[in-house]
Design a protein around this ligand. Sequence first.
Ligand code: SF4
Length: 408
Amino acid sequence: MSESRYVRKGFGNTAEIRPLLEGDYRSRVVEWLVDHDRRLEADGVTIRLAREFGFCYGVDRAVEYAYETRKRFPDRRIFITGEIIHNPRVNRRLEEMRIHRLPEGAGPEERLRGLTPEDVVLIPAFGIERDALDRLKNLGATLVDTTCGSVLNVWKSVGRYARDGYTAVVHGKHAHEETRATCSQVRERGGAYLVVRDLEQAERVGAMIEGRLDAEEFLREFAPVSSPGFDPDRDLRAVGLANQTTMLSSESLEIADRLRRSMIRRYGEERLAEHFRSFDTICSATQDRQDAVHEMLEERLDLLVVIGGYNSSNTGHLLEIGSRSTRSYHIAGANDLLSRRWLRHKPIGDPDPVVTADWLAEGPAVIGVTAGASTPNSEVGRTILRLLELRGVPEATLAERFGATERI
Ligand code: SF4
């Protein structure tokens, strides 16, 4: 394949697409807050914006490359292998730009049927599975690979584990695109993997390592989330920890610690290095957003609004952190603030959103706002305006603060 058919660094036409990106995703409200200590007080309500929130470097780059690609190939068919990021507004915008998703749920053959070498295919920030990438390369279509550098680092770690005979234990969600892609990297190198969702599952892996669980029982739970032919007696002798980059970092650390202790019990401290390795592969953007919620919670907060796609893993984790200390809601955007009385939001662990009454208290209130790594500033700004509007802040006050206000 010639160099120009596999693009990893964009097309160098950033200046041309910059006004488009700013028109779609910039927010005067957010910029005002950033310039004013991330705090706004109006008519008894205080809005506090997290120190780090919204688009991370990987998402920023992926979205930018999608716009660059459309500019570079105005007349070509452009596809993307899955959601570029987990944000409905951004995905709708790409559809409007005629960047279409390849069919989901279909087998690999079916997904790629109809693609020609004239087509352009974008690979999202989470990456894709190795065999899908190979098929796309063989097809000869132009590939624009936006896989984030932090995801590539995880792949390097699990690649080393496979090379050295350690089973990759991945703290992640088995069905998530990034975790599927990470597991495919292990498969490609002939290694074994096991995906662990949470601390509870890690407890059972630990029990298996320590010989307190029967292999059959173990496989009933873990066979669907481990490499083909996984043999717990053989494949849990040496493990290397990694994680989906967007998991709750404190939980990843606990899981690593849990399995490290099991290895010590089984093999002794002096032989730990032969049986256990760990690299924290949570990306810095995820970590910064989680830390910023912890910081916000050091001061009084009556309510925390977390904005992000309902299927966004990192947004869900920001909600988990907030919920430990204050009333917290995960919304997809301003449209979920249905009225002063009703709110649509997605509770922790629920597959679908629900509608809750009496979510917005009367009287003085401090409301925290943050957003997952795939939420554009425009959505954050619209949400803040809607919050203020529902709390009865007059439009004239908003117009005075922000100039002509954004469309809610
Ligand atoms: S969350 Fe982290 S790994 Fe994922 S795209 Fe953003 S920067 Fe990259």
